[in-house]
Design a protein around this ligand. Structure first.
Ligand code: NAD
Length: 314
């Protein structure tokens, strides 16, 4: 039996420690286990985080090992190499698949009930790898996918329009990486078509502006890595949001990376599309309407990822 309020983070680097910090702020967890090959790192992070507890809500944060996963309801995996300047996310695949081959069997040895939430990159390929290596039901193994990219899109559109980013409804789907795409055809501000809303704000040149915003979203990780070496606060906030949605069984629609099972004709591959997320992971994958051009881009994204996934022979 899992404890719905107990979670673990495997990999306590920039992303893992920031994620633990963001999860601690949510107040929905009573226990958080931190695991890293570098035990000192996990212990140091657990101590540092715990010293902030008097300012949040009581919970237990401690370093641990795989047997401590036994009753976790959620296991977040952020272990692995990160991108160096000039590296793409897909360049990380062999290093991080090797790490997953060590981690995933250890997880399922102690716990086959938890939701596995993959964050390490390339996240779509590693979510696929985690599904294959764990043998768990596919809805139970999900990736953070384009939840972060979608937040970046909403933020930039919010800035462009001078509007609260939470009132902007738009998705980035496909690969969390260079072939991702923005679904402009369905984008809106609280039900008002995006182009129309732009005109109300005095913006014309939709194509040009949207292309610039899309490129800023797609390339923002490169820019941040160039300037500060790694990205972690944005993804930490995104993971805490997904984590809350699972623990509180919210049934929110989030663009997580999930096995598509033939959606848009894509079989046995993980990519991001809007999906209903709750206590059981992905509960329903939504087939949103795409323009012919968007569908073509999505399928191109699938071909790139499919070739890599097949080459791993998992
Ligand atoms: N999905 C996203 O949107 C997103 C965003 C940012 C970063 N990332 C990815 O997250 C991952 C982590 O990035 P980071 O900046 O935290 O890197 P980092 O180097 O700071 O941390 C990685 C941690 O993983 C640990 N680790 C390595 N092998 C391990 C193993 N076998 N078992 C347990 N722990 C192990 C390391 O000791 C280290 O502490 C990278 O793959 C990065 O690309 C994903």
């Amino acid at each position: 039996m899992v404890n719905i309020q107990k979670a673990a983070v495997i990999g306590c680097g920039f992303v893992g420690s920031s994620t633990a910090f963001a999860m601690m702020q949510t107040g929905v967890f009573s226990e958080l286990v931190l695991i890293d090959v570098n035990r000192d790192k996990a212990e140091g992070e657990a101590m540092d985080l715990s010293h902030g507890l008097p300012f949040t809500r009581p919970m237990k944060i401690h370093a641990g090992d795989y047997p401590d996963l036994k009753d976790c309801a959620l296991i977040v995996i952020t272990a692995g190499a990160n991108q160096k300047p000039d590296e793409t996310r897909l360049d990380l695949v062999h290093k991080n698949v090797a790490i997953f081959k060590a981690i995933i069997p250890e997880i399922v040895r102690y716990n086959r009930e938890a939701i596995l939430l993959v964050v390490s990159n390339p996240v779509d390929i590693l979510t696929y790898a985690a599904q294959k290596l764990s043998g768990l039901p596919k809805n139970q193994v999900i990736g953070s996918g384009t939840v972060l990219d979608t937040a970046r899109l909403k933020y930039l559109l919010g800035e462009h329009l001078g509007i609260d980013s939470r009132s902007v409804h738009a998705f980035i789907i496909g690969e969390h990486g260079d072939s991702e795409l923005a679904v402009w055809s369905g984008a809106n501000v609280s039900g008002v078509d995006l182009d129309h809303f732009c005109e109300l704000c005095g913006h014309t040149r939709h194509r040009e502006n949207m292309e610039r915003i899309y490129q800023d979203v797609r390339d923002s990780a490169y820019e941040i890595i160039e300037k500060k070496g790694a990205t972690y606060y944005g993804i930490a906030a995104a993971v805490a949001r997904i984590a809350q949605c699972i623990v509180r069984d919210e049934h929110s629609v989030l663009p997580v990376s999930t096995n598509l099972h033939g959606l848009y004709g894509v079989k046995d591959l993980c990519m991001s599309v809007p999906a209903v997320v709750g206590r059981h992971g992905v509960e329903k994958v939504l087939e949103i309407e795409l323009s012919a051009e968007e569908r073509e881009e999505f399928l191109r994204s699938a071909v790139t990822l499919g070739e890599i996934a097949q080459s791993l022979k998992l």
